[in-house]
Design a binder for this molecule. Structure first.
Ligand SMILES: [Zn+2]
Length: 386
């Protein structure tokens, strides 16, 4: 409702010949709802009813070179794989057939599973001719953190790594956002009870792949200034602007406390640590924490709307960024290849509700592409086949 307050002080005025009546606003003031600025300081409502944001689908008249990229230029590793169940030869074959079409050489399965469920996947893969196309991360159960929890979690991690897990992840956004301790309080990301676990990752020399918080806009009021309005209106569970809810900034500082306190543990911040909309902040995080790398899943809409800044960021931090996709929708990978590899302009993203804007290619050099697609993953996740 913040938008309505600015209507005060606005006066309707008559216009010159040929123009319909408008509303004057003081310099710097926004136009009232339902109107747009047609001349400096003059706001006018359209003569025809305006379509909703769902129904306004203009066809671009821009004619420009198009270079879709169905296959990655170099063999890629997806470090943020959610292929679903991989416990049968059929399921494995189906995923591999899709991976081949995309030039996806390998997938790191990040389904956050542990113990028997992890073992079933590892066994199925070990028996498969495609065993070198996958590696699997283990999971951590953050429920019931209290006395004895750390010992149990570390023992499970030891067993999972021994069984063949190459790291842990994806630690879900629920950790920090809404997992509670037995006393009902929120389990903070930097709760000291978890320190033995973070230390165990360093001892075992395996990375932690962690999704902390959500896009900043998910924590803001759901008004018409929120650039994720449509997504939040569609998905109530993504709204994190409730009274008493932890804020984005609190989560970021808890996460950074963990990065700081465990310099020997390798952390992979999923989704660019949710700083792809503020690359200066992403750079600051990488500069402050040499033990942290970022993964580029599900933030393509932010990279593709700032192709020059994103290009320079990728070149500067080329050893710290890994390709990851998140949800396994084979049709969506080519959008990533196109943004990374081409200099195409003004093309569609794959989900309108994520981004109502267009994307532009970053035109990354080959040397950077190779690192982002594969070399960095091989360095950070040591158990990947060559
Ligand atoms: Zn994920």
């Amino acid at each position: 409702m913040a938008g309505l307050a600015v209507v005060l002080g606005v006066v309707a005025v008559a216009q010159g010949p040929g123009m319909r009546g408008g509303t004057r606003v003081a310099p710097g003031q926004p136009c009232p709802p339902g109107t747009t600025e047609t001349r400096p300081g003059n706001c006018q409502a359209p003569e025809l009813p305006a379509p909703s944001i769902l129904d306004y689908r203009p066809t671009s008249t821009l004619v420009t070179a198009q270079h879709p990229v169905p296959k990655a230029k170099f063999p890629a590793i997806d470090v943020h794989g959610h292929p679903g169940n991989l416990t049968t030869p059929d399921a494995i074959n189906r995923v591999v057939a899709e991976m081949d079409k995309l030039n996806l050489r390998m997938m790191v399965v990040a389904e956050n599973v542990s113990g028997d469920r992890l073992a079933r996947t590892l066994q199925a893969l070990a028996a498969s001719p495609h065993r070198d196309r996958f590696r699997v991360m283990a999971g951590v159960d953050f429920r019931n953190v209290g006395p004895g929890w750390a010992e149990r979690a570390v023992a499970q991690l030891d067993a999972d790594v021994k069984a063949g897990a190459v790291g842990v992840g994806e630690i879900s956004k629920a950790f920090g956002l809404n997992i509670r301790k037995p006393d009902g309080s929120r389990l903070k990301v930097d709760d000291p009870a978890l320190d033995p676990l973070w230390q165990a990752f360093a001892r075992l020399d395996v990375p932690v792949f962690m999704h902390t918080a959500e896009p900043q806009e998910f924590f803001r009021p759901l008004d018409y200034t929120n650039e994720r309005w449509l997504e939040l209106a569609l998905f109530p569970s993504r709204r994190n602007n409730h009274p008493g809810q932890v804020s984005f900034e609190e989560l970021m500082s808890e996460r950074n406390n963990v990065f700081r306190r465990h310099p020997k543990t390798r952390f992979i911040a999923a989704h660019f640590g949710w700083h792809a909309n503020d690359l200066g902040r992403a750079a600051k995080m990488l500069d402050e924490f040499p033990n942290v790398t970022v993964e580029a899943g599900a933030i393509l809409y932010d990279l593709g709307r700032q192709p020059r800044g994103a290009h320079d960021f990728f070149v500067k931090h080329q050893d710290r960024i890994m390709f990851g996709k998140d949800s396994f929708q084979p049709d969506e990978y080519p959008y990533y290849w196109r943004v990374f590899e081409t200099t195409d302009e003004y093309f569609d993203y794959y989900r309108d509700y994520h981004a109502f804007w267009k994307l532009y290619g970053m035109g990354l050099p080959d040397a950077v592409l190779k690192k982002v697609y594969a070399d960095n993953a091989r360095r950070v996740i040591k158990g990947l086949p060559r």
